[in-house]
Design a protein around this ligand. Structure first.
Ligand SMILES: [Ca+2]
Length: 562
């Protein structure tokens, strides 16, 4: 394991503490063979870019053999690479070359469900020998129909509709919390857990640095599969979230027995020094505490930052709600392949521009990222965030994501999944052919090539930020997990001290003077690091900084060291 600058402060060599991650949405990152789909060789070709950016690990979304009904989160074989994305030899090269650059490769585990194409499910439905059917039937969750012939209980899926589908050959229903082509595994069957130990070791032996566990609130279900309390009737044409919210989810998700699985995996991962963390989708810190007991997964994503508006009280609450012992185990991210990009969510509407492409959304995202980047825990960028990208424009006829309910194309996740704009040429240099997901080309200034040679680009600002993180994180001690919040709440400034580091962000609409810590050195000012949209930013940056205060432009953040 390469030395890590942060390892010293943790006796257990937790290299991910204060590390910077980068989410690679594989299909849209880089296409090496011009078939329109991003692939593992494409990621290899961009390791120099990722190294220059300054990331410590990349999380790559699923590349396993898949029919692709849920873009790879329907896995047909957990121990191979889909030919669309490459092969195992390419994966091994990627891991080795990334480690040469001190970048670890983290992969996605999808343990809640398999694809219906997986040989386990095919055997379970009788498309194999009778012995295999007997062996694999109980890998999934089967029940006889209710007395009226309908589903065995009232559970609904995350993607809308009943969570049960009738399998005609046996006359039984199988459970799927996602698409019918994603049958849920039966985690109460010990053989399933044994299979997964082997899957983890298969990838750990190939050198992966850890796993991101998809749907980490899922896995084990109520032993009796009891119906959930229904809070209200499902309205006609309800969206998938509205359907989900009509129930109190007592029995389908967040079952405590799932922690037995994670404890077992923790032991395996610890023996390799690997980082086990989850898609822990819970917006209440108390729920996060339940999902992240100290002997379970090392960490989990905190999704609250993806659900707040540009509001000082909301942002303050998002940062402050998790208590210190939880906070240091969180992964802090503003965007993902499942949510609108942060610059789209933080767009300033009602201004001179269109609210999305005038730079305000990107400036606000950068300022929020500065606040998050120095929190205890692990900071993660989503691909293209370092370019200040808002969601790509996908015409209604070109939308592909299956999760939007009928007719509601805006409910899908296509906008945050459009191809990375690398540079000149067709499709912003992503591929010479039409990419798998059609979208409008980005302007030249949005591309990685243009921003790489521009000292005041978003890319330059993020490179500088990550450079500051690398320089200061070795100073953090265990006691620095406790922050001192230094803002008063009467002006829209959010600020904190962590050891010798002080961070302040202006979450308002006008410039504000903030007191500089005594004998402090300014390490970073996001307004000076990029082409900030605020008209008076030059005054803001230079004004008043000599007199113990610094003027912060709106949507900007500064970092000091004392
Ligand atoms: Ca390709």
């Amino acid at each position: 394991m390469p030395d890590s600058p942060t390892a010293a402060r943790h006796t257990s060599q937790q290299w991910w503490a204060d590390a910077v991650g980068y989410q690679v949405y594989l299909r849209s990152f880089a296409d090496s063979n011009d078939d329109g789909v991003g692939d593992l060789a494409g990621v290899r070709s961009k390791l120099g870019y990722l190294s220059d950016l300054g990331v410590d690990f990349i999380w790559i979304t699923p590349f396993y053999p898949t029919p692709g009904h849920d873009w790879g989160y329907d896995v047909a074989d957990y121990c191979d690479v889909d030919p669309l994305f490459g092969d195992l030899a390419t994966f091994d090269q990627l891991v080795a070359e990334a480690l040469d650059r001190n970048i670890r490769v983290v992969t996605d585990l999808v343990p809640n469900h398999t694809s219906s194409d997986h040989r386990w499910f095919q055997a379970a439905i009788g498309n194999a020998s009778e012995a295999e059917r007997a062996r694999y039937r109980d890998y999934y969750i089967w029940r006889d129909p209710a007395p009226d012939g309908g589903p065995p209980n009232n559970w609904v899926g995350y993607f809308g509709g009943p969570a049960w589908t009738l399998e005609p050959k046996s006359g039984q229903y199988y459970l799927h919390l996602f698409l019918p082509s994603q049958p849920d595994l039966n985690w109460r069957n010990p053989s399933v857990a044994d299979e997964w130990d082997g899957i983890l070791r298969f990838w750990l032996d190939r050198g992966v640095g850890g796993f991101r566990v998809d749907v980490a609130g899922g896995l084990v279900k109520d032993a009796e599969l009891r119906s959930n309390p229904q809070l209200r009737p499902i309205p006609p044409r309800a969206s998938r979230w509205e359907q989900w919210d009509c129930f109190e989810h007592l029995h389908d998700v967040f079952q405590p027995e799932s922690q037995d699985v994670f404890r077992r995996w923790r032991t395996v991962c610890d023996s390799y020094g690997a980082f086990l963390h989850g898609e822990t989708y819970h917006l209440d810190p108390r729920g996060m505490n339940d999902l992240l007991p100290p002997d379970g997964m090392h960490g989990g994503y905190w999704f609250a930052p993806m659900h707040v508006g540009w509001d000082p009280a909301e942002i303050r609450q998002t940062l402050r709600a998790p208590q210190p012992d939880l906070s240091e185990r969180l992964l802090w991210a503003m965007s993902s392949h499942d949510m609108p990009r942060a610059p789209t969510r933080f767009a300033r509407h009602g201004g001179d521009g269109d609210g999305v492409h005038d730079g305000w959304g990107a400036a606000r995202t950068l300022a929020f990222n500065v606040l998050a980047a120095f929190m205890p825990g692990t900071f993660v960028l989503y691909q293209g965030e370092e370019l200040g990208l808002a969601d790509g424009e996908v015409a209604a006829a070109d939308k592909l994501d299956p999760v939007g309910p009928d007719g509601d194309v805006n409910a899908g996740r296509d906008g945050c999944r459009t191809p990375m704009p690398w540079g000149d040429g067709p499709h912003n240099g992503f591929s010479s052919v039409q990419p798998w997901l059609r979208s409008a080309d980005r302007p030249d200034l949005a591309t990685a090539a243009a921003q790489s040679s521009d000292d005041s680009s978003w890319l330059a600002a993020y490179r500088e930020l990550l450079g500051v993180i690398r320089r200061v994180r070795s100073d953090f001690t265990d006691s620095d997990a406790t922050l001192e919040w230094t803002d008063e709440g009467d002006i829209p400034i959010v600020s904190y001290r962590r050891g010798r580091i002080a961070v302040a962000a202006n979450v308002g609409e006008t410039s504000h003077d903030v007191p500089a810590p005594a004998a402090a050195t300014l390490l970073y000012d996001s307004a000076a690091a990029c082409r900030h949209p605020h008209a008076d930013v030059e005054d803001a940056c230079t004004g008043a900084s000599g007199s113990g205060t610094r003027r912060l432009a709106p949507a900007s953040a500064v970092v000091w060291r004392t």
